[in-house]
Design a protein around this ligand. Structure first.
Ligand code: GTP
Ligand code: SAM
Ligand code: SF4
Ligand code: SF4
Length: 392
């Protein structure tokens, strides 16, 4: 909990430990863009690294309809679309070795259904869509989907999270089709360890994709690195070293529990511990100002072209600033990564429901969204989907 939070601020853009109940004071009827003001405070929680001290004014997106505003006043302008449940890797932290049960193809969203649903969200205020999976690059109509999404008026960012295995060749065309931001997952710099962690070969292909993305001007290319104790925590400083000359943003991600993965609290390396390790090894590690809805806490290092970040879902959640919703490949709509509740949008579409009816279903689900996730031990005990179905 942050103490000394100035009551005039809606919430601190710098600290995710603020009680989310404090968010939601924003008037939805006002046409003028409200601002969040942070007057600078110190955080009393155990991980005091989470707070910056500079006073700052942040613009807040103005919702164009009430559909995407939850009961805590959070406006959701970011939709993550999982394009497939399939993947060409089998990462240990994401899925069981034997794979997961797949939804029959006929029950997955078609290209046209994806675009129709995306359009509903964009006309209601979503301005960023992330394509994910499974592995989005295994979907044959990926370029077409990007092209059609890029025609949606009001959509500013089309992003993708990918494992990079088959990305390098596809990327020039994807860029032409409107793909504007790229996150590539890479958890080790050692090829043999890559094969162990992902249960497949392909390390050099991922490295090649990262270089292609840099050459094509994606800036920064974000590198997602899930840290597991005893697995890749010995490579933290090597990953930081990569940022010295490459315009990349390396994001250390706390290991999260999902159905069918090998989560155990002993394998979780807390953000504070990773940051300590980085600070012992590198001079001039400085906190940057984050956007209120960032999943990441961002840092720069003296003399490095790139930056590093931490995604601290387990030890310092960032639910107070959550702006994310999820559409799964089978057409289910999920309002929280860790919330088990889902509602189908595909079934009502197949029953002929019109856009107004779909918007009512979406709005009701958004209003039921909880303030924050239940905490890692409860999450670990609660049935959810495997991560490969949700897409992060
Ligand atoms: N707890 C939590 N974790 C999230 C959420 N969104 C993404 N993540 C996790 O953050 C990590 C990186 O996800 P990405 O797919 O790169 O998406 P992102 O962090 O939103 O990326 P940017 O839009 O570039 O900030 C993954 O481990 C995700 O599971 C969220 O809403 N809640
Ligand atoms: C599920 S993957 C889907 C997209 C793509 N296949 C990829 O790997 O980038 C999305 C992100 O979730 C992350 N992820 C998967 N399982 C995770 C876990 N248990 N804890 C934290 N992050 C996880 C991956 O590292 C990846 O960056
Ligand atoms: S993290 Fe991505 S690449 Fe790895 S198994 Fe999951 S979906 Fe596939
Ligand atoms: S855990 Fe749920 S509420 Fe928290 S940031 Fe993630 S999606 Fe949002």
């Amino acid at each position: 909990r942050c103490l000394l939070l100035d009551p005039r601020s809606i919430y601190s853009p710098f600290c995710s430990i603020v009680d989310p109940m404090r968010v939601g004071l924003r008037s939805l009827t006002s046409n003028s863009a409200p601002t969040r003001v942070n007057y600078g405070h110190r955080c009393s929680n155990a991980y005091s690294t989470c707070c910056a001290t500079k006073p700052e004014v942040q613009p807040v997106e103005t919702p164009s309809s009430d559909m995407l505003v939850d009961s805590f006043g959070r406006f959701h302008n970011y939709l993550r679309i999982s394009l497939t449940e399939r993947c060409n890797l089998r990462c240990q932290y994401c899925m069981p070795a034997e794979g997961v049960e797949l939804t029959p193809k006929a029950e997955l969203l078609s290209h046209d259904e994806i675009i129709r649903i995306a359009n509903l969200f964009v006309t209601s205020g979503v301005d960023k869509i992330r394509l994910t999976g499974g592995e989005p690059t295994v979907r044959k109509d990926l370029e077409d989907i990007c092209l059609h999404l890029s025609g949606l008026k009001g959509l500013k960012t089309i992003a993708m999270t990918t494992n990079g295995i088959v990305l390098s060749k596809k990327l020039p065309r994807l860029k032409e089709c409107g793909l504007s931001a790229l996150n590539i997952s890479l958890d080790t710099l050692i090829p043999a360890k890559f094969e162990f962690m992902t249960r497949r070969k392909g390390h050099s292909k991922v490295m090649e994709s990262i270089d292609t993305a840099i050459q094509l001007g994606y800036d920064p290319v974000k590198i997602n690195c899930v840290i597991m104790r005893g697995m890749n925590d010995d490579e933290i400083c090597d990953f930081v070293e990569l940022t010295r000359h490459k315009p990349i943003n390396v994001r250390f991600i706390e290991f999260m529990p999902f159905d069918g993965n090998v989560w155990n609290v002993k394998k979780l390396v807390p953000y504070a511990e990773i940051l300590d390790k980085v600070r012992q090894h590198f001079k001039g590690v400085e906190r940057l100002q984050d956007h209120p809805s960032d999943t990441a806490k961002n840092f720069k290092i003296d003399g490095h072209v790139g930056t590093i970040s931490f995604i601290t879902s387990m030890t310092e959640h960032f639910c107070a600033g959550c702006n994310r919703l999820r559409l799964l490949a089978d057409g289910n709509f999920k309002v929280c990564l860790f919330g088990p509740s889902e509602v189908s949008l595909r079934e009502p579409i197949h029953s002929g429901l019109d856009d107004a009816g779909l918007k009512e279903i979406i709005s009701a689900a958004v209003k039921r969204k909880k303030a924050k996730h239940a905490g890692m031990f409860d999450i670990a005990k609660t049935a959810n989907r495997p991560m490969i179905h949700i897409g992060g």
